[in-house]
Design a binder for this molecule. Structure first.
Ligand code: CMP
Length: 139
């Protein structure tokens, strides 16, 4: 089925001017960028977005990192977009990521891992609604 997923290009990647290189990976894989904006999250906003992780030992680090510089939030659309995006991103920890994936090529560490992608249809819908209104989604 045609799906939509929420993707974030994280501060480590925007800082190194990798937005275009990462978007090329998505487009080469058949994912269409149907919405996109560059924003600076506050720590409160980053904490709200990652609330599911608030009991994890890395939560504080995750929130301060995600607020440390601009992020590009985007909606990717395509056949099986949620799992396709996860394939293109590679494993969370770049040392486990398959060759050619975004995290294998660009990520600096498990925390500064260049991209986020929704993990399931329900979370994709919630995460898209966190950043975008319906008017901003142009397939
Ligand atoms: P993401 O897909 O954005 O979802 C939660 C994030 O937490 C994850 O990517 C990682 O960047 C981050 N994360 C996971 N494990 C660790 C860890 N051990 N230390 C720091 N950050 C982590």
């Amino acid at each position: 089925a045609i799906e939509r997923t929420l993707s974030i290009i994280k501060p480590d990647a925007t800082r190194r001017n990798l937005t275009g290189a990462i978007n090329k990976k998505f487009e080469d894989a058949g994912l269409r960028i149907v919405a996109q904006k560059r924003i600076l999250l506050s720590e409160a906003q980053a904490g709200e977005f990652y609330a599911v992780h608030k009991e994890r030992p890395f939560f504080g680090e995750l929130v301060s990192f995600m607020a440390s510089g601009p992020v590009v939030v985007q909606v990717l659309e395509g056949e099986g977009a949620i799992s396709k995006n996860r394939e293109v991103m590679g494993a969370t920890n770049p040392s486990d990521a398959a060759p050619g994936t975004i995290r294998a090529e660009f990520a600096e560490s498990v925390g500064e891992n260049s991209v986020h992608g929704s993990d399931a249809p329900e979370t994709a819908a919630e995460e898209i609604a966190f950043y975008f209104s319906g008017l901003e989604l142009v397939g």
